[in-house]
Design a protein. Structure first.
Lengths: 217, 262, 217
């Protein structure tokens, strides 16, 4: 009986291993489920598989809700390739990205408030096109501005398991730089990773046209 | 981490003081950026900078720039105005009744904003230094994509099939059909014509003889006869003509009614 | 001493694992050597790595002199997915099918004559693919055109026991599908239902290749 169970687990792990290895995009538990059958506990299988690959040259990593095989961090120096000259992000785009990452959900006005300068529409477009940010919803304030947040592709690109892994997050929280300490105009929301916050409304159908392309799904 | 990506962080290398005057405002991403750069040059912790000194440097800087070039973005001037106000608040002791925020509070706000911007810059820098996918971490180089075989299941009902057949068989026919334009003799016209033809003739003449010109067209024959017959009955009723038929299906004879005849 | 050696081997295996995983082409021992250092025995390391992955969902396979990770053969089916989509038949296809049903055996020219428009090859292909029509034979006329007829799958799909169940002129009129006012010249043929008609020759061996797939079986 125990052996049977063990055998089924092994078979399921092989299957997940094969599917995740084959894909270069992270996959979530739901899209893996059909491969192993409805009864299987994909979450547990994935964790067991992650254990098995811990310490190897290739690791199973979690990116938000998704999982992917990636080369081990510490081998990066060996694997560095001649990178085809990818255009580095502009300073404006970098700052905007980090403000969205650390302050999300953030409206354009909030981003501008932190940077002290207007954000060109092109900057947000560029980050959306890169698949790193997405429109999350609308802030329940006058004008109902769109709120921006990061995507799972952002987590994947920067090798983060979740937003709480953002470097320096605790420090920033501790120093109050992410929390509003000063008058209401300076209030800054804490990063918020779940569906919608109290003061957010879902996007409207019209918004979605341009949103869908960038949504992490 | 590629070198290019650190550019923004490294390049605002504190220029020598005399260079400051020649720094192009366009090189700064807004007044806050310029202020942060000026604050960095005080070479102390941002928490310990002298906001008053900072305000003076900024105002002096903007003044110099304005002397050299006329256009300075409105943002910079708004900030200059605000800093001039801040300076005055810091220098003039606060009156008791004053509802306005104190100079210290304004200074703290400015300091907070500078620290926050600086923090975000450092965060961006740290973010870009993470082992990023494609720079120090790699995905499977030869992914084995999922091959999807798509099969179409065509759906049609017998009704669809029959409708399609029937409609195309009728298609040509329906197009050819155009209703025949019939000329119809109105009763009124028929009466006018009959009266004109009979004129003052008191001889029995067959109706068809009168109508011979009009009966030549087969399509019109029926309407000409029917309307003329109906009109003739009306003319009989009015006592204008006499009508006679000597045998079944024989010719209808008609003549002008003689009023004095009994 | 032994432990040190073991540790070095492990490290080398991790490196090869990561390099092979990230590479976009199979690699041979020589191109792997620089990653582990000149002293290493790449061949032995690769074989050890292959051992380690034997039986897993992903295997290290050798292709000539080169090595690559590949999904285990027995799991290849995971990477194929069949999707079927139910789609309504286009009007052109419906019309063509109905003409073939009533007028069979019908050549393409005959179909076009009834429809009054040219019939794309695609339409016939589609109907063959659906398994509803088949090539029956060749008309004994100049050019020896192929004649088309319906299949048993056609009868099955449309719930007909035989072609004689197709409604005739009177029934079509009765159901309102045909208008009552039709010229006497318009005739609806009785579908011909058996093997070959007098004016048909059997298909030639060359025809059969493409016919067999669509034959009613």
């Amino acid at each position: 009986m125990y052996d049977d169970r063990q055998e089924v687990l092994e078979r399921h792990m092989r299957i997940l291993e094969a599917v995740l290895f084959a894909s270069n995009e992270p996959l979530d538990a739901n899209s893996l489920l059909p491969f192993v059958g409805d009864g299987a506990r994909v979450g547990e299988l994935l964790e067991a598989l992650q254990q098995r690959y811990a310490g190897r040259g290739v690791n199973l990593v979690r990116r938000g809700d998704k999982w992917a095989f990636r080369t081990a961090d510490d081998l990066g120096f060996l694997l560095r390739r001649e990178e085809s000259e990818t255009r580095p992000l502009s300073r404006a785009a970098l700052e905007t990205l980090s403000i969205i990452a650390y302050h999300q959900p953030a409206t354009r006005a909030e981003i501008e408030e932190v940077r002290g300068v207007a954000t060109g529409k092109g900057t947000l477009d560029l980050l959306m096109e890169a698949g790193w940010i997405r429109m999350r919803g609308r802030r329940r304030t006058p004008g109902r501005p769109v709120t921006y947040g990061t995507t799972d592709a952002f987590l994947d690109h920067f090798g983060l398991e979740s937003l709480s892994d953002l470097p320096g997050m605790d420090e920033l929280k501790g120093s109050g730089l992410l929390s509003g300490r000063l008058p209401a105009t300076l209030q800054i929301p804490l990063p918020f990773d779940s569906a919608l916050r109290d003061d957010e409304d879902p996007l409207e159908p019209d918004d979605l046209g341009s949103d869908e392309d960038h949504a992490d799904d | 981490m590629t070198t290019a990506q650190t550019d923004w962080f490294e390049t605002p290398t504190p220029p020598a003081d005399e260079d400051v005057m020649y720094v192009d405002v366009d090189g700064y991403e807004g007044p806050l950026d310029l202020l942060l750069d000026l604050a960095r040059r005080q070479k102390v912790d941002l928490a310990a900078i002298s906001v008053l000194a900072l305000a003076e440097q900024y105002l002096a800087f903007i003044e110099t720039v304005r002397e050299k070039r006329i256009e300075v973005a409105a943002d910079y001037l708004v900030m200059a105005a605000w800093l001039a106000y801040l300076k005055s608040r810091l220098m003039v002791p606060q009156a008791r009744s004053d509802d306005e925020p104190s100079g210290e509070m304004l200074a703290a706000m400015l300091q907070f904003r500078l620290k926050r911007l600086e923090a975000m810059r450092q965060a961006a820098n740290r973010l870009m230094n993470l082992p990023r996918l494609g720079s120090r971490v790699y995905a499977r180089g030869m992914p084995e994509p999922m091959a999807v075989t798509r099969t179409n299941i065509w759906e049609a009902t017998l009704y669809d099939l029959l409708k399609a057949y029937a409609s195309q068989r009728q298609r040509g026919i329906t197009e050819d059909y155009s209703p025949i334009q019939r000329t119809v003799w109105s009763l009124h016209d028929a009466r006018d014509i009959l009266q004109r033809l009979i004129g003052e003739s008191f001889e029995w003449v067959a109706m068809d003889s009168y109508l011979v010109d009009y009966l030549a067209t087969p399509a019109e024959r029926a309407t000409v006869r029917a309307s003329s017959f109906a009109s003739s009955l009306e003319l009989v009723r009015l006592g204008q003509i006499d009508l006679r038929q000597t045998e079944t299906f024989g010719p209808l004879l008609m003549r002008r009614h003689k009023a004095d005849c009994s």
